[in-house]
Design a protein around this ligand. Structure first.
Ligand SMILES: O=C(O)Cc1cc(O)ccc1O
Ligand SMILES: [Fe+2]
Length: 443
């Protein structure tokens, strides 16, 4: 699959035809009386028809049969996927999870959908405002099953194992250190190649955008040209045993049977597509003089709320870079935040905690919950020789930062059995260095 092709750019008006059917895209109009190759035209709307142009998103799909050809949806078991935010009492503590367990294929076959576990979240799918953080841990491919989320967008962060995602728009191969966004309503199926784990940030009612750059200028951070959308790919496959379309709708899973593959889109055009991005392409901007800049400088994508400058959720990374700040405590500062901070680790370790925070694990520092460097980090960084040095080499930590005050699920607090009960102890050794007789040095 190394030869997969992609279209480049963020939110472009793309057009793509499967090369087996040249001319499949109607010329000059969206709804010809009869489409080329006898295809059906179907619009997928990702924004209200009347959204202003910069926010207007839709694509036209030219497919062998329209999506409406299916038996009725019926509710199915949803394992540990939930949007019930009152399962357990609120917990304002610093929370940290050891790497989430990946089920052994010899014990139980688990695919991407069955492997979705909700860790925390807030808000409501029906009023279209909220988020959920899920972890996926699986060992098997989805066969003759696809998923679509009627509730919102999935930003998927693979941590272990490649995943091949087949979508209505075509295929995307993803490796850890790449991310993808599958937007509301887009059908997709996930193929895995062994033990597989990652994180999902779901937002209801907003789409991800590139952050504004302000005085940074026209270039930098995640550059639009590095975002990749799939090219049209179709299969005309009858599935007499039944193909299952799983639909997350108002937080519940439903399944419908149909007798053909939903990946039957021969050509499409539009600006509403799935896309992927390699985090290595992030152009890091940071302090070159003194002090620690806020982590918003590392924002890859943002899902804006209607309040200026306040995100429903930001996807922020901590990439390898140079640390050069003079007379500065260089690691993250001690912090209490009016936003919630969920962190995950793709590889390596995190600069504020050399120990304890492991790849495939997570942490949650909720609204106004104090957090910051552990004892070892503080002691080391407050006396370190401040030479220019590489920071976070070979690592990739990330943060889902949200203006929502998130509830943790029963699975997250209890059933997953990965909560690190001793997390608070990493700050216990911090001692007072206060000296009332301190004098500025006379250098
Ligand atoms: O480690 C964290 O919790 C995230 C974080 C990073 C940073 O550079 C500054 C503040 C902050 O909370
Ligand atoms: Fe913070």
């Amino acid at each position: 699959m190394a030869d997969l092709k992609y279209l480049t750019g963020f939110g472009n008006e793309f057009a793509s035809e499967d090369p087996r059917c040249p001319g499949a895209l109607p010329e000059g109009q969206n709804n010809p009386q009869a489409c080329p190759y006898g295809l059906y035209a179907e619009q997928l709307s990702g924004s209200a028809f009347t959204c202003p142009r910069p926010a207007n998103r839709r694509s036209w799909l030219y497919r062998i049969l329209p999506s409406v050809c299916h038996k009725p949806f019926a509710s199915v078991q949803q394992g540990h996927l939930t949007h019930s935010w009152d399962e357990v009492e609120p917990d304002p503590n610093q929370l940290r999870w050891q790497p989430f367990t990946i089920p052994k294929v010899s014990e139980k076959k688990v695919d991407f959908v069955m492997g979705l576990h909700t860790l925390c979240g807030a808000g409501d799918t029906r009023t279209r405002n909220g988020i959920a953080v899920h972890v996926y841990a699986c060992n098997s491919s989805m066969t003759d099953r696809c998923f679509n989320n009627s509730d919102g967008d999935f930003l998927i962060v693979p941590q272990q194992g490649k995943i091949l995602i087949t979508t209505e728009f075509g295929k995307m191969m993803m490796e850890p250190n790449e991310i993808c966004v599958i937007q509301q309503g887009m059908r997709f199926s996930v193929e895995v190649f062994g033990a597989t784990r990652g994180y999902v940030l779901e937002v209801f009612g907003a789409h991800f955008e590139l952050p504004d750059l302000g005085p940074i200028g026209a270039n930098g951070l995640a550059n639009p040209r590095d975002f990749l959308a799939p090219v049209a790919w179709y299969e005309d496959r009858k599935v007499p045993g039944g193909y299952t379309v799983i639909n997350k709708y108002q937080g519940k899973l439903f399944a419908a049977q149909q007798d053909f593959s939903p990946f039957n889109v021969v050509a499409w055009h539009g600006n509403y597509t799935p896309y992927k991005y390699n985090l290595e392409n992030f152009m890091v901007i940071n302090c070159v003089a003194f002090d620690h800049a806020d982590p918003s400088i590392f924002t890859v994508l943002t899902a804006k709320s209607t309040r200026p400058g306040v995100a429903v959720a930001d996807f922020v990374i901590f990439p390898p870079r140079w640390g050069v700040a003079d007379h500065t405590f260089r690691p993250p500062y001690y912090h209490r935040n009016c936003m919630s901070e969920f962190m995950g680790l793709i590889k390596g370790h995190y600069e504020a905690k050399e120990e304890g925070f492991q790849p495939g694990g997570g942490s949650l520092h909720s609204m106004m919950t104090p957090h910051g460097p552990d004892y070892e980090c503080f002691e080391k960084a407050s006396t370190a020789d401040l030479k220019p040095e590489r920071v976070a080499e070979g690592t990739m930590a990330f943060m889902f930062e949200s203006s929502f005050s998130m509830a943790v699920t029963k699975w997250g607090l209890d059933t997953c059995n990965r909560l690190d009960k001793n997390y608070y102890k990493c700050w216990e050794p911090l001692k007072s260095h206060f000296n009332p007789n301190w004098k500025p040095s006379s250098t």
